[in-house]
Design a protein around this ligand. Structure first.
Ligand SMILES: Cc1ncc(COP(=O)(O)O)c(C=O)c1O
Length: 377
C-alpha cells in the first residue's frame, strides 16, 4: 500500500506509524491468544464487539470476515432476496452493489448530489420502484449524507435503511455516529480504512436483537445460538478472526484522535488548494466526516496524475467507473446518471493518513495547484 519511497516522495497511504502505535498491545494480545488457543470467537471477539457497539451507540455489533459479507449477510438477514430491489449510489466501491446481487436482489443505481457526491432523498426517489425494499446509504470518502432526511424518507416510504459505513468509522451526522441511523450499519476493516485490521475484517452494528441473532447465525454456518450441530439457516463462514479483533480493539481507542488528525490535514488542504484548479468534494452540512480519502475534482486528470507522479506524489482514483457502467452490473442500469459519470472522470484522491505531515500536505497542495494550472513540468 505504501507506493513510494517516503524519503523522497509523498505516498498515498503509509500505515507504519498507525501500526507502530498499537504494536506492543497487539503483540501482547496475540501472546494471550496463543496461550489460550481461542482463535475463533472467544473473549477477544466479544470484547471488540462490545467496544464497537458502544462506540457507535448501538446495542450490538457482530464481527464479520469482511465488509462485503457484512452488507450481503445484512440484506439476507433482513429478508431481502429475489424479486426485491435495493437502491445504491452509482459511485461507490463495487462491493455495495455486489452485496445486493449476492443476496439475490436487484440493484437500483441512484445518482448523487453534484457537490458532496452523496445520495439525496431526490436521487433515492428517482430510483425507487414498487419492488424497492431497502436503500444502502454509502458514507463515501468518510462523510455521511443528510441522514435525517434519508431516515425520514425511508421511514415514510417503508424502506429499510442500511448504512455502508465502510469508509466512515467515527463519522457523525447531527452528532450521531455512522452505523447508528439505519436498521444496520456495515463496516469494513480492510487495512487502509480509518479503523483497519492487519488483514480482512468487518462488522455489522444494530440495535435490533432479532437482526443481531440472525447475523450471528448466518456468519457461523447458520448455527442456532449456543449449539454446535443445530444448523437452522443456510449460512456461511464469515466469522471475525480473534487475531484481528485484538488489533481492532487496540486501534479503536486511537480512532477519534486519528480522525481528528485527518480533519486538520483536510482543513489545510482546503485552505491551500486553489478551488479553480482542484476542487475538494464539498462537506455535507450537518455532518462531521472522517476524511477517509482527500478527494478533489480536476480536469485533465490523467495528465495531472502523471505530473504529480513525476513529482513523487502518489494518488488514487475512487472510483474511475461508476457501478452502473461496469460489465457485471450494467444490465441493472436504467439510463444515464450524469453526476456520477462526470465525477468518475474528475475525482482524484490525494495522500491522506493520520501521520501525514502538514509539510507534506503543503507540498502536495502547492504541486497540485501548479500542475493543474499547466505550469509543470
Ligand atoms: C464503500 C465500501 N463498501 C464496501 C466495502 C467492502 O469491504 P471489504 O473489502 O472489507 O469486503 C468497501 C471496502 O473497500 C468500501 O469502501
Amino acid at each position: 500500500m505504501t507506493t513510494l519511497d517516503v524519503r523522497t516522495g509523498v505516498p498515498f497511504l503509509d500505515l507504519r506509524s498507525v501500526s507502530e502505535t498499537v504494536a506492543a498491545e497487539v503483540l501482547a494480545g496475540w501472546g494471550t491468544l496463543v496461550e489460550s488457543g481461542a482463535f475463533i470467537g472467544g473473549d477477544a471477539v466479544s470484547a471488540f464487539e462490545q467496544d464497537l457497539a458502544a462506540f457507535c451507540g448501538t446495542s450490538y455489533a457482530v464481527g464479520m470476515a469482511n465488509g462485503t459479507d457484512a452488507l450481503h449477510l445484512t440484506l439476507r438477514a433482513l429478508g431481502i432476496g429475489p424479486g426485491d430491489s435495493v437502491i445504491v449510489p452509482a459511485n461507490t466501491f463495487v462491493a455495495t452493489a455486489e452485496a445486493v446481487v449476492l443476496a439475490g436482489a436487484t440493484p437500483r443505481f441512484a445518482d448523487v448530489d453534484p457537490d458532496t457526491l452523496l445520495l439525496t432523498t431526490d436521487s433515492i426517489a428517482a430510483a425507487r420502484l414498487p419492488s424497492t425494499k431497502a436503500v444502502i446509504a454509502v458514507h463515501l470518502y468518510g462523510q455521511m449524507p443528510d441522514m435525517d432526511a434519508i431516515s425520514a424518507y425511508a421511514g415514510s416510504n417503508g424502506l429499510l435503511l442500511v448504512e455502508d459505513a465502510a469508509q466512515a468509522q467515527g463519522a457523525t451526522f447531527g452528532g450521531r455516529r455512522a452505523g447508528g441511523f439505519g436498521v444496520a450499519g456495515c463496516f469494513s476493516f480492510y487495512p487502509g480504512k480509518n479503523l483497519g485490521a492487519f488483514g480482512d475484517a468487518g462488522a455489522v452494528v444494530t440495535s435490533d436483537p432479532v437482526l443481531d441473532d440472525c447475523l450471528r447465525s448466518l456468519r457461523d454456518h447458520g448455527r442456532a445460538f449456543g449449539t454446535h450441530h443445530d444448523h437452522v439457516l443456510v449460512g456461511t463462514n464469515s466469522r471475525l478472526d480473534a487475531v484481528q479483533a485484538v488489533v481492532l480493539t487496540a486501534k479503536l481507542r486511537h480512532l477519534d484522535a486519528w480522525n481528528d488528525a485527518r480533519s486538520e490535514l483536510m482543513t489545510l488542504y482546503r485552505e491551500l488548494l486553489d478551488p479553480g484548479r482542484a476542487t475538494p468534494v464539498a462537506e455535507q452540512a450537518g455532518g462531521r466526516g472522517v476524511h477517509h480519502l482527500a478527494v478533489v475534482r480536476v480536469s485533465e486528470r490523467t495528465r495531472v496524475r502523471h505530473l504529480l507522479d513525476e513529482q513523487g506524489i502518489s494518488t488514487g482514483i475512487h472510483y474511475p467507473v461508476p457501478c452502473h457502467l461496469m460489465k457485471p452490473y450494467c444490465r441493472y442500469a436504467d439510463g444515464d446518471l450524469p453526476v456520477a459519470e462526470r465525477a468518475a472522470d474528475e475525482v482524484l484522491s490525494l495522500p491522506m493518513y493520520p501521520h501525514l505531515s502538514a509539510d507534506d500536505v503543503r507540498r502536495v497542495a502547492e504541486t497540485v495547484n501548479r500542475v493543474a494550472d499547466g505550469r509543470l513540468p
